[in-house]
Design a protein around this ligand. Structure first.
Ligand code: CTP
Length: 398
């Protein structure tokens, strides 16, 4: 059965280019349902899109239909992919805040299919932090975005904001309709989250990791066809559907679980923030306050195993091992020495002191390092996009 793509057109000058996109999608035998905002109908006549899509163009929330079903719910249920192009700053804001005051915005809310957003607007509008925040909010929720092209804009200025080439949008649509199955048949193990080291029955040592990076890696690998084992320390995140989930608490438990699952793994990624130290003895009873007047309590710490080092001792030929390096200074130098010390194939370095990088945030600023001569910097982007880039790099090595 032909797949159905919803094309939501907003009121921007690039709206006319969507006619070509609709025509190309029809030639590829997709069903195309065109929805237009009121403003979009001022830039391109619905008749053009009706003719090209071979269907009625929908723009009015209040049209009476013969079907018993509420119009926007009925449309949303048919979609395999929803594309918003051109997406204006206003429409992106509406999506980011759940507003539903016209046909297209109600379809967006009722829709459960993947969404591809293709922004196009004036450079200053695009770069405005309010717009960028709205984009991040949506990326965090799993919306896919295409970066605008740079060039001369209709408003006369030169900069970022042009609608990408129609063929590039088409390529992105095709990729989303059928994600590359380049990890099919691969057995992958990812660890994620923070470990907890008990001090006594009520207290423990942990860290600020939320697990978002590791979970994004697991979700992306599932989407690309892999068999995924997710060994997870503490997080507040939902378990990604399709993974084999192994919850653990301490670094030693995590290490034991991973060593047991290691045979046959094609890729192992250490994204967990493993606690380096634990209490030498976890007290059986709650430790009492010092009553000797010193105001001091001494806790002896001992070092935990380094999980990646342990795994690399029994690394099987062909297995790719990837680690992260959370650094606060000398990022590249420290990452390179961890790459060597842990016998890794790749290390993903980030300076956790930078705004928008590291623990407990939704973006990351990473560098993927193969060796001193092969260092690839990624821009500040969502953890989902970082996960995609890491898997792309791993696939090159596999
Ligand atoms: N790691 C590990 N076992 C540990 C500590 C870290 O497997 N006990 C892994 C992490 O999951 C990460 C990589 O090693 O992939 C680097 O972790 P990081 O915290 O940056 O470095 P450490 O090795 O702990 O070194 P240091 O804290 O001294 O910088």
């Amino acid at each position: 059965m032909a797949k159905t793509i919803g094309i939501g057109i907003c009121g921007g000058i690039a709206a006319y280019k969507i006619a070509e996109l609709v025509s190309k999608l029809r030639k590829k035998e997709f069903e195309v349902i065109v929805m237009m905002t009121d403003a979009a109908t001022r830039f391109i006549p619905p008749l053009t899109l009706r003719t090209l899509s071979g269907r009625e163009v929908i723009s009015d929330l209040w049209t009476e239909t013969l079907e018993w079903k509420v119009q926007h719910v009925g449309i949303a249920e048919q979609l395999d992919l929803l594309v918003i192009a051109p997406a204006t700053a206003n429409f992106i804001a509406k999506m980011a805040h759940g507003l539903a005051d016209d046909l297209l915005s109600t379809v967006v809310l009722a829709n459960t299919a993947p969404v591809l957003v293709v922004p196009s607007m004036n450079t200053n509008m695009f770069e405005n932090p309010v717009v960028q925040n709205n984009i991040l909010t949506l990326q965090r929720l799993g919306y896919h975005f295409m970066d605008p092209d740079s060039g001369l804009l209709a408003c006369g200025v030169s900069g970022k904001g042009r609608l990408p080439e129609v063929d590039d949008i088409l390529t992105q649509i095709l990729a989303l309709m059928a994600p590359p199955q380049d990890l099919a048949g691969k057995k992958i193990m990812v660890n994620a989250g923070s470990t907890c080291e008990d001090i006594d029955p009520v207290r423990y040592i942990t860290n600020r990791s939320t697990g978002k990076m590791g979970y994004a890696l697991a979700r992306e690998a599932i989407g690309r066809g892999a068999e995924v084992i997710l060994v997870s320390g503490s997080t507040q995140l939902p378990v990604p559907p399709g993974v084999q989930f192994i919850p653990v608490r301490s670094a030693r438990e995590m290490c034991a679980a991973m060593l047991a699952q290691q045979p046959g793994c094609d890729v192992i990624i250490g994204a967990a923030a493993v606690g380096d130290f634990r209490a030498a003895v976890a007290a059986e009873q709650k430790i009492k306050k010092a009553d000797d007047g010193s105001g001091r309590v001494t806790l002896e710490l001992v070092q935990n195993p380094d999980i990646l080092k342990e795994l690399s001792k029994s690394k099987e030929p062909g297995c790719i091992m990837v680690g992260f390096a959370a650094e606060t200074e000398n990022v590249l130098e420290n990452a390179l020495s961890k790459l060597a010390a842990k016998k890794l194939d790749l290390i993903v370095a980030n300076d956790v002191t930078m705004e928008g990088a590291g623990f407990a945030c939704d973006t990351n600023i990473c560098t993927i390092i193969r060796n001193a001569a092969d260092i690839r910097h990624l821009p500040k982007t969502s953890k989902e996009s970082v996960a995609q880039a890491i898997w792309d790099r791993v696939v090159e090595l596999l």
